[in-house]
Design a protein around this ligand. Structure first.
Ligand code: GTP
Ligand code: MG
Length: 300
């Protein structure tokens, strides 16, 4: 018998990586709609007697871009980039206080019909760090008033002078927005997810709509950094948004990707359109909250 000839080892050629841009966008978005969106938001009305200004609450990890989102919305309506809420990077949350921000339509202009509520960041730790879940729930129920300084070691109590015992429907939150960084979705820690899930469970039981804002899309994908209009064709952003939807148990349709104003000094049409679109979603969600409350006889 002849010796078996050793066959040359056959190696599968490594397939080329999929192209970074999808052929079709995963969501339709025109980028020349800034004017229409501004008008829709300016003319928004709640159609609910008891509440004129829906409260939109921003919740999320430290440094996720909550304060920057308020600054971005404020900048768009002011007509130039503004840094009203303190933002930046810190070892602990830069925002320590509960802040409720109305937005003005231009300098000295009329007050726009919604309030953005900014909180201290959540920490991915088991210890007394970052905002407490109980405090977020108290905020949602309308018990916490503007300028309350969160204490990571103890939740707000009835004895605090900023505790509002009898909160009205107008004091409560009408849409909860979870803010998550696009470039950190795979890195969300278990403790942080646990905190977000317990907030979600509580908010679900209160019947308040919940949305997700994915920030820093410019940091997560170079194609998007070069051209924001590619956001809905970015394979990476699509994969991350889908993954986040599964992690938080929310539909992809409730997730809005944005880039906040961070280093720029001038407004940009494409940045504005994504921010305004996200805000429009939040106002629509608040409307759903009011419709539900009317059905339950809790609002007129
Ligand atoms: N490139 C980029 N940077 C962003 C974006 N959003 C926020 N940043 C930057 O991220 C840092 C943190 O943003 P903040 O708005 O302070 O985050 P925060 O969620 O309010 O953080 P805490 O108050 O500490 O909980 C700041 O330096 C911002 O300029 C974004 O969309 N893109
Ligand atoms: Mg902040």
């Amino acid at each position: 018998m002849g010796q078996a000839q050793s066959q040359p080892e056959y190696r599968q050629p490594t397939p080329p990586p999929p192209p970074p841009l999808l052929e079709k966008p995963w969501r339709k978005q025109e980028f020349n709609t800034r004017y229409e969106l501004l008008e829709i938001i300016r003319n928004y009305e709640t159609l609910t007697e008891s509440v004129e200004e829906p409260r939109i609450l921003l919740v999320g990890q430290i440094g996720a871009g909550k304060s920057s989102f308020f600054n971005s919305v404020n900048s768009i309506f002011r007509g130039h980039v503004m840094l009203q809420a303190t933002s930046g990077y810190g070892d602990t949350s830069v925002s320590k206080q509960y802040r409720t921000y109305p937005v003005q339509d231009g300098k000295g202009g009329k007050r726009l019909p919604y309030i953005l509520c900014d909180t201290m960041g959540l920490e991915d730790s088991d210890y007394d760090e970052g905002i407490r879940v109980e405090d977020i729930i108290s905020v949602i129920k309308g018990h916490v008033s503007d300028l309350y300084e969160f204490n990571p070691r103890a939740p707000i109590t009835r004895n605090d002078r900023r505790y509002r015992e009898d909160s009205s429907l107008a004091d409560k939150v009408h849409c909860v927005v979870y803010v998550v960084e696009a470039d950190k979705i795979s890195l969300l820690g278990q403790n942080l997810l646990k905190k977000m899930k317990s907030i979600r469970a509580e908010v679900n039981s209160m019947g308040i709509p919940q949305l997700v804002l994915v920030t820093k899309i410019d940091k997560a994908c170079p194609e998007v950094k070069n051209d924001l209009t590619k956001v809905y064709r970015s394979r990476y952003i699509y994969e991350k948004v889908t993954q986040l939807g599964q992690m938080l148990g929310v539909p992809v349709s409730s997730i809005s990707p944005v880039k906040n104003y961070s280093i720029e000094t001038e407004l940009n049409l494409h940045v504005d359109v994504l921010i305004l679109k996200a805000l429009q979603q939040m106002l629509r969600a608040a409307d759903a909250c009011f419709d539900d409350m009317k059905l339950k006889g809790l609002a007129q």
